[in-house]
Design a protein around this ligand. Structure first.
Ligand SMILES: *Cc1c(COP(=O)(O)O)cnc(C)c1O
Length: 330
């Protein structure tokens, strides 16, 4: 991206996972979905059930991949705005509606956390629907939030390989690979790929949800997933400390909460759109890119460095509720 690179004195490249799948329904969940659907086809699955926030990129991408494979998707979503069922079809919900699959929406009360609503409403609803379908003779695969099914953990090894190969074609080795991290579908594969190949590019993750031991996502869970990737490809895993030393997760850019726009994120969307005509999304990639720009300002990325930012998608969320998009236009 020539213009923003010139402004900051750092060479910033994009890896366009936002363009990796079927047009409007694309992003980093498409590769996870590829492996998930592969597993489903092997098992003779007829229905894939998955969960997310109502603005979920993952649910839409998993559903689109299932449809292409001739498998019926069913998604279970909760309202991020804590104000009941969304009254309008917009963003990913509009795409879900057009694709016409079964969607169940759960309102969220202001005191309910994301984890609580998953545990108490979404997953029980998935279990109940699964039992119903199985009683009718169907074969069901339930995919966790973010499409983080064990079968999909190795998917982003390929993304890492493409980043390194495509950078080599352009004549450079990235000093840093930046990405936005949430449910942990990308990071374990990136850490594993770096360790497996002895890569020199540092992986830096900007979190949109809090990584802590009592949360649904934590450093420990990432370490376990790295080990499971080694297991899947038949290699013995490195020890925990070595894996931990590869994790660099900056949690300063979450803002008020998941799916609540941050000032820096909104600023980053406008800055990149006006300089290089690249669109980020407010829930994930804006916060990730804001983290990258802050690291440049703080000197955590030196002048002239080569940086690859993984554009994981999220642009559909630009067409969301203003409480999610932030103040993008006056
Ligand atoms: C899911 C998602 C992320 C976070 O990736 P995880 O695999 O959940 O860690 C980042 N950006 C976008 C656009 C996403 O949809």
């Amino acid at each position: 991206m020539e213009n923003i690179s010139r402004k900051y004195g750092v060479d910033i490249y994009l890896k366009r996972e936002d363009l990796a799948g079927p047009a409007a329904a694309s992003g980093s969940k498409i590769r996870l979905a590829e492996f998930l659907v592969g597993e489903a086809l092997q098992q003779g699955v007829t229905h894939i059930l998955t969960v997310g926030a109502y603005l979920s990129n993952s649910a839409t991408q998993v559903a689109s991949a299932a449809i292409q494979a001739g498998i019926t998707p069913i998604v279970f979503l909760y309202d991020t705005l804590a104000e009941g069922y969304p009254s309008k079809w917009r963003g990913n919900m509009l795409l879900n509606k057009i694709m016409g699959f079964e969607v169940h929406c759960f309102p969220r009360s202001p005191d309910e956390s994301q984890e609580k609503i998953w545990a108490e409403k979404l997953y029980p609803a998935v279990e109940a629907r699964k039992a119903e379908l199985e009683a009718l003779g169907h074969t069901v695969l339930a995919a966790p939030a973010g499409a983080t099914h064990p079968a999909s953990f190795p998917a982003h090894l390929l993304t890492y390989k493409e980043i390194i190969d495509q950078s080599a074609i352009l004549g450079f080795v990235p000093n840093y690979i930046y990405h936005t991290t949430g449910t942990g579908g990308v990071l374990p594969a990136f850490a594993a790929a770096k360790l497996l190949t002895g890569g020199s590019s540092s992986i830096r993750s900007i979190a949109v949800s809090s990584y802590r031991p009592d949360n649904y996502i934590s450093h420990d869970i990432i370490v376990e997933r790295v080990k499971s990737i080694y297991g899947l490809i038949g290699q013995s895993a490195p020890d925990t400390n070595l894996i931990m030393s590869e994790l660099d997760i900056d949690q300063r850019f979450i803002g008020e909460d998941y799916a609540v726009p941050s000032t820096e994120g909104t600023q980053a969307i406008k800055e990149l759109a006006s300089l290089d005509a690249v669109l980020l999304g407010p829930v994930y990639t804006a916060k990730g890119f804001a983290g990258l720009l802050t690291h440049i300002r703080e000197g955590r990325i030196g002048p002239g460095s080569k940086v690859v930012f993984l554009h994981t998608g999220d642009t559909n969320n630009l067409f969301e509720d203003p409480r999610i998009t932030g103040k993008l236009v006056d």
